[in-house]
Design a protein around this ligand. Structure first.
Ligand code: NI
Length: 153
C-alpha cells in the first residue's frame, strides 16, 4: 500500500471523462488499497480515481464506517433536495454551499466485479454525487450556490 499524490483541480485529469474499468485484477486492487491509504491520510470522506491521475470510472468513500468501493458506478433515482457545505481534496481550502439530491441510489461493481446497490441519504448521498461527478470531469463548484468566505470556514 502507498500514498498517492492528490492532483489539484487545475490538472487536466480533473476535467476528463473517465473510461470504464474492464479488468478486475491485482492492479485494480492495488489502486483501491492505495486510494484508501491516501484518503485516510488526507482525512477526507471520498476520493475518485482521476484525483490520483487514473482516468477510470471508480471511487471510494469512507464516512467513518469503513471503505466503500464503487467501480463503474451509476446513479439511480435521485429524490429530494439538500443544501450543505462541501469541499474537495483537489480544491484545498475552498468550501461552498451546494445543492444535491437528498437521496440517491448507487449501482456499481465491487473489486471483484460483483454488482451491488446502495441507497444513500444526506451526507452519503452528497458524497456519492460528488465522487461520481469526478468521473465526468465535474467539480463540486458546478453545484455551488455560494462559496464560503475565509472567515466562515
Ligand atoms: Ni472531490
Amino acid at each position: 500500500m502507498a500514498i498517492r499524490k492528490i492532483l489539484n483541480e487545475k490538472d487536466s485529469s480533473l476535467q476528463t471523462v473517465c473510461r470504464p474499468v474492464t479488468d478486475f485484477n491485482e492492479r485494480l486492487w492495488q489502486l483501491l488499497d492505495d486510494m484508501a491509504d491516501t484518503l485516510h491520510k488526507a482525512d477526507g470522506v471520498g476520493l475518485a480515481a482521476p484525483q490520483v491521475g487514473v482516468l477510470r470510472r471508480l471511487f471510494i468513500m469512507d464516512l467513518g464506517d469503513g471503505v466503500i468501493e464503487a467501480i463503474n458506478p451509476e446513479l439511480i433515482d435521485p429524490q429530494g433536495v439538500q443544501e450543505g457545505t462541501e469541499g474537495c481534496l483537489s480544491c484545498p481550502g475552498e468550501w461552498g454551499i451546494t445543492r444535491r439530491p437528498m437521496t440517491v441510489t448507487l449501482k456499481a461493481q465491487d473489486r471483484n466485479g460483483k454488482e451491488f446497490t446502495l441507497t444513500g441519504t444526506e451526507l452519503l448521498a452528497r458524497c456519492i454525487c460528488h465522487e461520481n461527478d469526478h468521473l465526468d470531469g465535474i467539480l463540486f463548484k458546478k453545484h455551488v450556490i455560494r462559496m464560503l468566505e475565509p472567515d466562515e470556514i
